[in-house]
Design a protein around this ligand. Sequence first.
Ligand code: FES
Length: 125
Amino acid sequence: MPRTWITVCDTCKRDGWDPAQTPATDGERLAELVESTAASDWPGLGVRRHACLMGCTRACNVAVQGAGKLAYTLGMFEPTPEAAQAICAWAALHADSATGIVPYRQWPEGVKGHFVTRHLPLPQE
Ligand code: FES
């Protein structure tokens, strides 16, 4: 079971998305890139897709979660290999951390300015 999961919204559409030009949504394109990047460089990460993370005006959106750790939502990504690389690199640091907190000095440039929310883990029963 992966320690950290990336959930990519596969229905995100950025301003200007034109289905006549690009049938795949921006979210589908980002999901494909995150899936392939994680598979080749960080196979320990889990990647899944979900339709709408309710951050539509900040497309493209992803969530990063791990059991017992702070969870994060990030948005305003373009569906590019560089964005996928930054998302996966930061998620790998999240996976390696005990709490989900990744020191800012370690953040890949490509995630800076993209954090939207963070959520505490559920209390232990
Ligand atoms: S369509 Fe992606 S967050 Fe709503």
